[in-house]
Design a protein around this ligand. Sequence first.
Ligand SMILES: *[C@@H]1O[C@H](CO)[C@@H](O)[C@H](O)[C@H]1NC(C)=O
Length: 409
Amino acid sequence: WDSLAASCVCLGVMVTILSRSHADRNVYPSAGVLFVHVLEREYFKGEFPPYPKSGDASNDPITFNTNLMGYPDRPGWLRYIQRTPHSDGVLYGSPMAEHVGKPTVIEITAYNRRTFETARHNLVINIMATEEFPLPFQAEFYIKNMNVEEMLASEVLGDFLGAVKNVWQPERLNAINITSALDRGGRVPLPINDLKEGVYVMVGADVPFSSCLREVESPHNQLRCSQEMEPVISCDKKFRAQFHIDWCKISLVDINKVVPVYVTRPEPGTGILPEFGEYDPPSESMKTRDYFSDFLVTLAVPSAVALVLFFVLGYTMCCRREGVSSSLLSSIQLVHHSSIQKSSKELRSMSKNREISWPLSTLPVFNPVSGEVVPPIHPDSYETTSMPLMQTQTNLQNQITIPQQRPSG
Ligand SMILES: *[C@@H]1O[C@H](CO)[C@@H](O)[C@H](O)[C@H]1NC(C)=O
């Protein structure tokens, strides 16, 4: 019977859900009642010109941009959400009585993120005044297991309003507002266990709150709430199957009993500032400014320094160079010279040693020109280190003496 009653009352629920709407069109939401408009990907897909290399066109990512015509953003009461480029976008919000009258034109631009095509439509929102607005009893529920766009789906919102109607039994029941918990300082949930952001749903009705809705106000439940335990609410089971309501966060407002809140401000003064002496404005005639000291600092000083450096460097390069490098050169030459002397002495001592054991390779060879056998150079007959190599060779060629075989080794 419960479910039957719920589905029956559901039909009577007045929610302005103008979903599945297409193209340039007029919508007529009521002031003070939640307005929901779905921007369907399916519809806009057909709007894009056919793309030559059409891949999987049915799965193109599509995003929407919505703004008040002639302005960069939407009006303040209208909010927009699209979870992913593969889900529909939703415009939602609660227009107020002051928006009644002039039509609100919303430009909707759809972008195909694969082909970069765009399509544009206008949505004309004509806000209507309602005689029952505002409904005097307003309750705001915090639903933990829903994201705002899930709650905006007409069937889910219908189910929720049906459940509320079931526990409240009003004549009229409206959804007034829906707010993501993220907009109220909630945190983005961890991506585990399919955790949801949570959503606040405000509903209005024409009859006082039912006893069930007031159960949370009992001292027992208040204590449980303060200890962060779930309060015991008898009608929670009507919601439990689909909606997890945080009863501690429910807020019940009777707008006829709302005491106007005055912002406490400090006592206004006389409006006259305390005396603080004569004001002396800067003189109107301007003095010409003297740039000579600036010139000295910025140009003359650096050029003087540069000039000094120039002379110092010039003197060092031209006059000091000889001295420095000649002493360096002479030391190098000295080292060179002594090393030559050392090596020639060494050679000489080695050639003396050669006397004793004459190697086979130095035995007489044939003269390549005359074909004669040339004797080896006598180690003592030439000062090889002081004689040019060429001269040694010519001297050798002049020797026509028959080689004397020396006893070898
Ligand atoms: C609806 O909720 C939003 C966000 O919390 C708020 O700014 C707006 O004033 C609410 N509208 C009504 C009619 O309560």
